[in-house]
Design a protein around this ligand. Sequence first.
Ligand code: NAD
Ligand code: 6OH
Length: 484
Amino acid sequence: MKVIQNYIDGKLVGSGREFADVNPAEGNIIAQVTEADSSLVDAAVQAARKSLRGEWGHLGAQERAARLYKIAEVIEARFDTFVAAEVADTGKPISLASRLDVPRAAANFRVFADMIKTAGLESFQTETPDGKSALNYAVRKPLGVVGIITPWNLPLLLLTWKVAPALACGNAVVVKPSEETPATATLLAEAMQQAGIPDGVYNVVHGFGPKSAGEFLTQHPDVNAVTFTGESQTGAAIMKTVAASVKPVSFELGGKNAAIVFEDCDFEAAVTGISEAAFLNTGQVCLCAERVYVQRSIFDRFVEALKQKAESVRLGSPLDPATEAGPLISAKHREKVLSYYRLARDEGATVIAGGDVPRFGNSLDQGFYVQPTIYTGLQESARCVKEEIFGPVCHVAPFDTEEEAVKMANDTKYGLAASIWTTNLKRGHRVAQQMNAGITWVNCWFLRDLRTPFGGAGLSGIGREGGMHSLNFYSELNNICIRL
Ligand code: NAD
Ligand code: 6OH
C-alpha cells in the first residue's frame, strides 16, 4: 500500500500513526497517510524558521521568481502525475482536473513570480513644521513562517494559491492539506526539490484539525501568520486559537451564493452558466450558486431548461474522459448533502430534478455519488435556502422586480460570490454594485484573473488575496522615515 508522508526539512518523514486515504469514486483505500503529531509539526516549523536564515533568506525577488517559474515548469512536466493524484484523491473527473486544477496550480506560481518582480511600494515626501521635509518609503520583508491550511475541494489549486505568493514574498511555509486529499501536497514537495527550493522552505504536515496537525500548527508560537481556506465554523475555531499569539490571518470561507437571471438575459448562455455554477465539481466549489433567482416571465421555461441540463450531466468514473461529474468527497459529506435533500422535502420543496443517489450497477455504487438536484417552492427562510450545502444542488425561486431580486440575493450571512445574467449593460453594472459579495460575475461564473481581489464579506472570510492583496498579506511592510 502506498504511504503518503510528511515532508520536513527536505525529507519524507513517517510517524507511528497512519490514517486511510479513500478514493471517493469506489470507496476503497488507496493509501495510508502518516499523521504528524505535535513534535513533527514543531520540527516542520523549526525547519521553516532555519531555512529563513539560510540561502532562501538571502535571495532577492528576481531569483525567488526564477525558482517559482521553475516550479510551474515542473508541475507542467509532471502534469499527468499531478492529475492522476488529484483525481484519485477527490474523485473529480479527469477532464476537470486537467482543465482547471493542475493548470491553475502552475498559473499560481507564474502570476506571483511576475508580480513580485515588478511590485513597487509607496513613498511620500513629507513636509515638516520647520519648512524642511522628510522622505517616507516602505520596504517589503517576509512575515517569516506561514501556516497554510487548505480544504479538499480544489486541493492543489487552493494550496498553491497561498504557497506561491508566500514564497514569492520570501517566507517559508508549513502546509496542512485536508486529511481527505493529502496526495498533491506531498507531490508538490518533489516539484520544490526539482525547482531548487532549499530544504525547509516548503514543509507538509498531514493530519486532521482539532487536537491534530491543523490545531498544532495554528497554535504554534513560532508561526507568524495563518492563512486558511475552508468552512466558516473552522475559521472561527482557528481565530480563537491564533488569538492567543495575535497572528495575522487570512480566511477564505464558505458561501451561499446567489445568481440572478433577468428576462433580458441570453437564455441559452444563462442556462449553461447556471448549470456550471450549480454542478461543477459536484457542487463542491465555494463559489457555486445554490440560490438561483429567475425573473417570473421566464421562470417556467428556465426551470425546464435547467432540469434538462441537470438530467444530462454525465455521472461516471472520474477516469472516463467523457465523465462530467464525479462523487462527493466522502461518505460523511454525502450523508450531510443527503440530509439536506431530505430536509428540502420536509420543508416543502418541489423536486424538479435529482434528489437521490444514482445507481450504476458496478463498483461506483460503493462511491459517494449523488444526483444533480434542483428544487423550487421553498420559503426564503428555509434552512435549505440559508445554509451552505456544498453539493450539486440549487433552489430556483421567481422574482418580479430588480429591487426584489437584489434584496433576496443579499439576504444571507455569507458574502462570497454572485452572478448576474442580463444583456442590459446598465443593469449589469447597477445590480453588480449592489451585491454584498467579494466577487460578482456578470454573464459568466468562476472566470478568474489572478491579479484581482478575492475573498468574502460576512461569514465568507477575512481579508482579500489575489494580486497585490496576496503580496501585502504575505509581507511585513516596514516604513522608513528619513529627515532630509
Ligand atoms: P474544513 O473547514 O472542514 O477543513 C479545512 C481544513 O481545515 C482541513 O485541512 C482541516 O483538517 C482543517 N481544520 C479543521 N478544523 C481545524 C482546526 N480546529 N484547526 C486547524 N485546522 C483545522 O473545510 P472542508 O470541508 O475541507 O472544505 C469545504 C469548505 O471550504 C466549504 O465551506 C467551502 O465553502 C469552503 N471553501 C471556501 C473557499 C473560499 O475561497 N472562500 C474555497 C474552497 C472551499
Ligand atoms: C472555492 O472552492 C474556490 C476558490 C477559488 C479560488 O480561491 C481561486 O483563486 O480561484
